[in-house]
Design a protein around this ligand. Structure first.
Ligand SMILES: *[C@@H]1O[C@H](CO)[C@@H](O)[C@H](O)[C@H]1NC(C)=O
Length: 157
């Protein structure tokens, strides 16, 4: 389920892709992982829709929107986002949907296992599908309309 919802299908068709961000528009992060590994992330400070943010990650950084699998990494990213942007929330690589007879279901866009989350109380909120953001004020995740404009955090394992 790589595709985000149909309601997003029509967006921005015909508009040219924006140029890749300059170094002054991004924040590079190196986050320690388990077993001595490190993960590199790029925080892009300019805002765009979820789909555009995804494309920018792959086109400009050969990465993808970040999937988060531990409290430590979440904390690290959240601290940086808080310290280095004025944004209230930034995209991460997940979306949430409600299925018939099933409660809200969240997925990582890269299909990795969903084994960690940090939802704000009452989230994810979704009648249809919603894209996931990391909120700076509450240290937690929220779900937002995918066509809203947010800055993306990019994962590059
Ligand atoms: C989730 O799974 C990944 C991949 O197997 C693992 O590296 C990570 O530690 C797990 N996280 C938690 C919170 O269990």
């Amino acid at each position: 389920e790589q595709e985000i919802p149909d309601e997003e299908g029509e967006e921005e068709s015909g508009e040219p892709e924006p140029p890749c961000p300059t170094e002054s528009e991004i924040v590079r992060m190196v986050v320690p992982g388990t077993g001595g590994r490190t993960y590199r992330y790029v925080l892009v400070r300019s805002c765009q829709t979820f789909r555009r943010a995804q494309r920018q990650c792959s086109r400009c950084y050969r990465g993808r929107l970040a999937s988060i699998h531990s409290r430590a990494v979440n904390h690290h990213l959240q601290c940086t986002v808080r310290a280095r942007t004025k944004r209230s929330d930034v995209w991460i690589g997940a979306y949430a949907s409600r299925r018939v007879f099933v409660s809200v279901h969240a997925h990582w866009m890269d299909h990795s296992i969903w084994n960690y989350s940090k939802w704000a109380p009452g989230y994810p909120k979704c009648f249809r599908k919603k894209c996931v953001t990391m909120c700076t004020a509450r240290w937690r995740w929220g779900s937002r309309h995918c066509l809203g404009k947010k800055s993306p955090g990019v994962g590059e394992p």
